[in-house]
Every structure is written in structure tokens, then in C-alpha cells.
Design a protein around this ligand. Structure first.
Ligand code: PEP
Ligand code: MG
Length: 584
């Protein structure tokens, strides 16, 4: 939303999904139908990048020949063959096969970027052609480029020069979780997107990069120009475009203060998270890939409370084998040296799609309510068993626990437990070691699970509340739809009641319960969760020390009275007032 436009400086409001301040130059993510990243190639690596481009071109040509043969052998209409011939010609034209190679060499940029730059030039030339038929051929150019891009994006390129992009702020219409994972290799200073919400997986992954981000700016991508100076304030949900000198100086000062605050927090790394009155609180980290482990350890996490294993399935061709998954899980289990490592079985579906899987190939009418997470796993037993065997094998090398996402009913728990027993049996047959006593937990992220929790408590070893989905399903707000992101409200009385209910029931039954949704990392909610009886929180590693600081300055008896009043009211204004009191 554009709020103010004074000279060339203006302010965009959005939703800050990752805190902090970034000051840097805008880099627009190219608008080919596929979003394309732009990064710098290390000086000695341009030949390898050109080779990557050549391979993608060669593979695309092969793909077209196969298609052409299939068309001409069958009884497809002749135009189809002709249409492929046009694509073939475009692909072989030096403007397509040679110019991008030169761009890579001269600009030291990635192949995807070089190709889309050249595509934009060609498309502009087509726009100027008088003949309507020829003018329309620009669509063919775009389609050909997209074919090559798909090949390239299946195989991420070499890593850019470390540090070179530090002060770059990526501006995109939208970024999928898969796009952002690719960016993990590159050091961008911040993100801005037109779409997205606080708990969209894109926002979660952006937080895992530990860079400030503002999403849902609606038209930021159209208003911001390449290389413009930007201040992104993720804490206050704003982007200042072309700031004047005084604003810039003010933000540099703020940035310095934040840095100082972070340095102070670092001193808490090895301190136990205990309240003033002696209650121990377990602070664990959420990770997406084994590479995130270092950040979790660096922030003193006492375990991994959520390993979103589905990220192993994204940005790659084919599926990870049992051995490959085992190695990923084993490395995290061993790296945590006996501390708990909670591996969530893969939660594909909704906004984390993987092409080529049978169950997901169709476009679901409402993916968030569709064949997602455990539902998908139970529908694809072969895939599920492969993952379960890999996790069980890793359990021999550390303190591994299995966490099942999206459970709604007892039947799903029973079926999952049968699958785990089957996976164990096949390992026994292969004489492969595993921990037979591996703990199995379930996520409470569907209101039905919170409301009928006794069955979950009876059948599972531990529970973890996924507040992101619990809020989505309780308030009927699609997490990935920016049009409703303003309605996301962790303090909605209905949400609080469900969370309170789940924590009380688990505590009464003495079944360990944690919160692993984004609420766990929000310092302003720490005392609320402690007051509800929660003693275990798992969050993005970057939030662990801030939450620890809040735990260290909290006193349970002083909190519970206020939290009890929060549980009893349905008045949102009163809830906010009580929360302020809690944090005073
Ligand atoms: C949640 O839903 O709160 C959660 C932790 O899982 P995810 O965000 O991966 O859906
Ligand atoms: Mg979830």
C-alpha cells in the first residue's frame, strides 16, 4: 500500500515478517513467468556457469526433439509439429544460444538472469513489429525461455561471491519457499514482496535466512526501481524508498543500536533458561535443512524442536533416496550430541508443492484443506515408509524423535503407528540398527485435534502445537493469501482458548507439550505462553536468545493471575491491555 509520495522519496507499508533494519540497493527479481534470481558469479566460475547454460540448452533441445518425434509419429495435427519447429528455431538462433553466454561472461551473472535479460530485449523488439502474426511470436520466445529456465532452476548454479550481495534488497512480486531456499546460498540483505503473510512458508524461510523482510506491500515491485536506495524496517513494517539524508542517518543509528542489543544477547548463549522463581524452560530451534544446524547451535538451542524435513524434497529433480535422507537426519542427530532432534515427517502440499508426485500432480481446489502432510503420506505409503526408515536409522546416532504433522483424527494416528512398526520391521529384517524406543509425537495444528486431545494424549509420546496452522484453520485465513494476512491474529480469543486447552490437558496427563509455530519466537507472547503452563518452545534460531532474555526476567506467580484473566475474556481490547500489563 502506498502511503506517502513526496518527491522521489516515499514509504511503502506491508507486513514485517522478519525483524531488523536493512539499508541497501533494490534488486528487482525478474518478471519472467518464473521468478528469477540475480546473483554474482565468483571470478573464476563464469566458465562453469556458461557450461551450466549450455547443458540446459542441450537438454531443452533434446526435450523438443523427443516431443517432435512423438508428434510426427502419432496422429497429432500438423500445426503441432510446426509449433515445435518454431521453438526449435528460436532455441538455435544465436540471439538465444550465444548472447546469454556473453552476458554471463561480461556481467558475471547467473545463467537464469542472463537468459531473462536477453528475453526482455527480444520481447521488446517483437513489440515493435507491425505484422500481428510475427508480433505474437514473442509468446514463443517466452515459452522457449521458460523451458530452459526450468532446466536451469532444477540445478542451482554455483554460489556467488561471498559478501558481494550483502547490501542488496530483493524486490519481488512473490517468492515461493523453493525460490527462497535457493537464495539461502546467496547473501542478500533483505526481502520485499508484494504478496505473502506472516506465517506463509515464504516468510518463515525468509526468517530462517535471518534477514529483515517485509511482505504484502501489494505494489512494491511495480513502484521500486532497480538500484534505488531502500531502508527496510521489518520491525515497523515499512520500506522507505530513496530516503533523504536525515532519515538515512537516523536509521543507521537505529541499526547500530540493534547491533549492540544483539551483541548483549549473545552473552546469554550458555545461560540456562530459567525464570526468576526457578522454572526451567526448554528453548529449542526450528530448522529446514541440515545446514541450519550451525545457527541453532550458535544461538544456544537445547535441541531441534522442529526439523521441517519437506525442504529436503524441494528444489531438486526426483526424490531424496532413503540413504540421502538418512545422511541428512543422521548429520543433525549427531551434530546435536544427544540433545533432542524432532524430525517432522514431510509436510508437502499447500504452498510447498513438489512437481512430479502423483498425489500432488493435480491442482487441488483448496490445497490448505487438501491432500497435505500426513494425509499425503498415508496416501503414498511407499514414500512415507522410505522416510520413516531413514529417520529410524538416524535414531541410532542421536536423540531422534518423530513428529507427525496435520493430525486430525485417531485413525490417522493408528495408521501412522502401523507404518512406523512396518518400517521398524523391515530394518530388523535388514539387521540395521535403530532406537526401538524412538518417541513419536503429533502436531496439534487443526482445531479438531485440540478439541479432542485426549485420544492424542493416550496414543502419542509428546505433542507440539503448530500455531501457524492452528490459527489458519481456526480463523479460516489462508496463510499464503496476502489479501487476508491482516486477519492473522494469535491473540484471537478462540486461538488462545485452543492453545490453553491443549497445554492444560497435556500437563494434566504429564505428556510433554511444546509450541513450535511462530508464536513461540515472539517475545511479546513469551510470558503469555509461560502463564498458560508451557515450558517448551521451539522457534527460529535467531529468536532463541531474545526469548531467553524474557524468560530470565519472568516470574510465574506474577504472570498467572494476568494470564488467567486473559483466558476468561473474549474482548480483544481487554486482551491487548492485559498483554501490555504482562510485558510491562
Ligand atoms: C505450524 O503450523 O505452526 C508449524 C510449525 O508448521 P508449519 O509452519 O511448517 O506448517
Ligand atoms: Mg503446520
Amino acid at each position: 500500500m502506498l502511503v506517502q509520495h513526496a518527491m522521489s522519496s516515499f514509504v511503502l507499508h506491508g507486513v514485517g515478517v522478519s525483524r531488523g533494519i536493512a539499508i541497501g540497493r533494490a534488486q528487482l527479481v525478474s518478471h519472467a513467468t518464473l521468478e528469477v534470481a540475480h546473483y554474482t558469479i565468483a571470478p573464476g566460475a563464469t566458465d562453469a556457469e556458461i557450461a551450466r547454460f549450455d547443458t540446459a540448452m542441450r537438454e531443452t533441445k533434446q526435450e523438443l526433439s523427443t516431443l517432435h518425434n512423438a508428434m510426427t509419429a502419432g496422429d497429432a495435427p500438423a500445426e503441432f509439429g510446426a509449433f515445435i519447429d518454431v521453438h526449435w528455431m528460436i532455441l538455435n538462433d544465436p540471439t538465444m544460444s550465444e548472447v546469454p553466454r556473453r552476458i554471463i561472461a561480461e556481467q558475471r551473472c547467473n545463467a537464469e538472469w542472463a537468459l531473462t535479460q536477453q528475453m526482455n530485449v527480444l520481447v521488446e523488439q517483437f513489440d515493435e513489429i507491425e505484422d500481428p502474426y510475427l508480433r505474437e511470436r514473442k509468446a514463443d520466445v517466452v515459452q522457449v525461455v521458460e523451458r530452459v529456465l526450468k532446466r536451469l532452476m532444477g540445478k542451482p548454479g554455483p554460489i556467488g561471491t561471498p559478501g558481494a550481495e550483502h547490501h542488496t534488497i530483493l524486490v519481488a512480486h512473490d517468492l515461493s519457499p523453493a525460490d527462497i531456499i535457493q537464495f539461502k546460498q546467496h547473501r542478500f540483505g533483505a526481502f520485499i514482496t508484494d504478496l505473502g503473510g506472516v506465517t506463509s512458508h515464504t516468510a518463515i524461510v525468509a526468517r530462517s535466512l535471518n534477514v529483515p523482510a517485509v511482505v504484502a506491500t501489494h505494489n512494491g515491485r511495480a513502484l521500486i526501481r532497480e538500484n534505488e536506495l531502500l531502508i527496510l524496517d521489518g520491525t515497523n513494517h515499512v520500506v522507505i524508498v530513496n530516503p533523504d539524508k536525515s532519515v538515512l542517518a537516523e536509521y543507521r543509528l537505529k541499526q547500530g543500536e540493534l547491533e549492540l542489543g544483539r551483541a548483549k544477547l549473545r552473552r546469554l548463549k550458555t545461560k540456562a533458561a530459567t525464570t526468576l522463581d526457578g522454572h526451567a524452560v526448554e528453548l529449542q530451534a526450528n530448522i529446514e535443512l541440515p545446514g541450519d544446524l550451525a545457527q541453532a547451535l550458535d544461538n544456544g538451542a537445547m535441541g531441534i524442536g522442529l526439523f521441517r524435513s519437506e525442504f529436503l524434497f524441494l528444489n531438486r529433480e526426483g526424490l531424496p533416496s532413503e540413504d540421502e535422507q538418512f545422511e541428512a537426519y543422521r548429520s543433525v542427530a549427531a551434530g546435536m550430541e544427544g540433545k533432542p532432534v524432532t524430525i517432522r515427517t514431510f509436510d508437502l502440499g499447500a504452498d510447498k508443492q513438489k512437481e512430479g508426485l502423483d498425489g500432488l500432480a493435480r491442482v487441488a481446489p483448496n490445497p490448505a484443506l487438501g491432500l497435505r502432510a500426513v494425509r499425503f503420506c498415508l496416501a503414498e505409503p511407499r514414500l512415507f515408509l522410505t522416510q520413516l526408515r531413514a529417520i529410524l536409522r538416524a535414531s541410532h546416532y542421536g536423540n531422534v524423535r518423530i513428529l507427525i504433522p496435520m493430525l486430525a483424527s485417531v485413525a490417522e494416528i493408528d495408521q501412522t503407528l502401523v507404518m512406523i512398526a512396518q518400517a521398524k520391521e523391515s530394518l530388523r529384517e535388514r539387521s540395521v540398527p535403530f532406537n526401538d524406543d524412538v518417541k513419536v509425537g503429533g502436531m496439534i495444528e487443526i482445531p479438531a485435534a485440540a478439541l479432542a486431545i485426549s485420544a492424542f494424549l493416550a496414543k502419542l509420546d509428546f505433542l507440539s502445537i503448530g500455531t501457524n496452522d492452528l490459527i489458519q484453520y481456526t480463523l479460516a485465513i489462508d496463510r499464503s493469501d496476502d489479501a487476508v494476512s491482516h486477519l492473522y491474529d494469535p491473540l484471537h480469543p478462540a486461538v488462545l482458548k485452543l492453545i490453553a486447552m491443549a497445554i492444560s490437558a497435556a500437563n494434566r496427563a504429564q505428556v510433554p507439550i511444546a509450541v513450535c509455530g511462530e508464536m513461540a519466537g515472539e517475545v511479546r507472547l513469551t510470558r503469555l505462553l509461560l502463564g498458560l503452563g508451557l515450558r517448551s518452545l521451539s522457534m527460529h534460531p535467531a529468536h532463541v536468545l531474545g526469548v531467553k532474555q524474557r524468560v530470565l526476567t519472568s516470574e510465574i506467580p506474577a504472570i498467572t493471575g494476568i494470564v488467567d484473566r486473559m483466558r476468561r475474556t473474549d474482548d480483544p481490547a481487554k486482551l491487548i491491555a492485559l498483554l501490555d500489563k504482562l510485558n510491562a
